[in-house]
Design a protein around this ligand. Sequence first.
Ligand code: PEP
Length: 249
Amino acid sequence: MERKKIVAGNWKMNMTPAKTVELIATLKPLVESIDVDVVFCVPAIDIVPAITATRGTNIAIGAENMYFEESGAYTGEISPEMLVDAGVKYVILGHSERREYFHETDEELNKKVKKAFEHSLTPILCCGETLEQREMGITLDWIRMQIKSVLVDVPASDVAKMVIAYEPIWAIGTGVTATSEQAEEVCKAIRECIAEIYDEDTAKSVRIQYGGSVNAGNAKELFSQPNIDGGLVGGASLKPEFGKIVNYK
Ligand code: PEP
């Protein structure tokens, strides 16, 4: 079975609720595609207006983070039940900005991935190396370690449904994109790692995105690689260019 491509926008900490409605009105006609799953991952406060503005379209809404407890005294956090009740389908987990600025660990991400699946949310799990790690030649070891740590005790049936985003940290928001060879090498290694922990069927099902300065000019080359099933897009997801990325063919 062929994997359906998935292109997700990561809005990061941009767009007010009012601007969300305006941006979705602009992007909606540009991202219609029957071949590609389209996701807008938006700030928490924009989730409800985004769900309303995309009702009846091919766009699914994702969150950018989530807490691993059900409810209670966790001021400032958002629970999976809240996301699901609002109509959210996906959640980005472990973006490098959250790992760096908010000190998220693989152990916490393991709890978040399990909790997301308990609520039938699809995680978009991010992994990626720093430039220093790449230059040291430890990229593949590092990525394998991240994947293995975050997936401890996550069953194959869940992993088959998840999305993994390979995002080299040196390529995020920098305008420097990994070459298609570099991106394919790591995405292939992630799939092999899943086959090793689980089995071939699970590895064939999991969708692996590339993220890091994806734009209208490089999307086709990147998304045409055999192990790259689409992209996680930051900066360009806030512009009409996102429509060209979704329709990369
Ligand atoms: C991201 O935020 O996940 C990302 C890849 O950003 P950009 O496309 O701006 O590099």
